[in-house]
Design a protein around this ligand. Sequence first.
Ligand code: HEC
Length: 174
Amino acid sequence: MKRDRQIPSCPLILFAVVVCSGEVASADAYKEGVLPYVRKYCVECHTGKEAKGELDLTRYANASDVAASSRRWNSIAEFIRNGEMPPEDAKQPTIDERNSVVATVEAILLAEAQKHAGDPGVVLPRRLSNTEYDLSIRELTGVDIRPTKDFPADRLEVKALTIQAKRSGCHQIF
Ligand code: HEC
């Protein structure tokens, strides 16, 4: 009996989507990839003068607003990534929504940082560690394929390159 071979194409496609989501098209990355999330999960507490933590998220309308406040947004991305915001008792995003919004914010900040390469005032977004990456992929695809097993050992190499780059006065991002 002839049986169709099952091709596990789905995880591969999702994998590609995850990888590509870091490269956001120039349409407006914020309006498309972040604003809907902010509206859904954040503005309820972060609007206007009464905004919690004195953070009025309605002030940011597009990617250039975010780029102009890169320090602030680096910290906002950190809060989202760590699951500190929205607070536990508020409506929670899925891990997929969260990862995608963090990736978009990081892509915006990275593009901005690259424009100002050499400017020491820029805060660079952090990369996902290999473990975080594997967990995200597993969460998204339901398959524990651990794509990072083929990646270089976590961070050490990145650190070495960064130090090397700093020494040579270069602020390229790794
Ligand atoms: C249910 C209300 C609520 C929601 C929803 C909420 N926050 Fe907050 N947020 C707070 C409160 C309260 C604080 C202040 C905490 C403090 O000062 O200790 C805060 C503080 C923060 C801070 C720190 C501000 C600073 O610099 O001190 C950030 C960043 C932040 N929120 C981002 C977000 C983001 C992004 C979202 C949406 C994903 C979000 N928050 C959703 C209530 C909320």
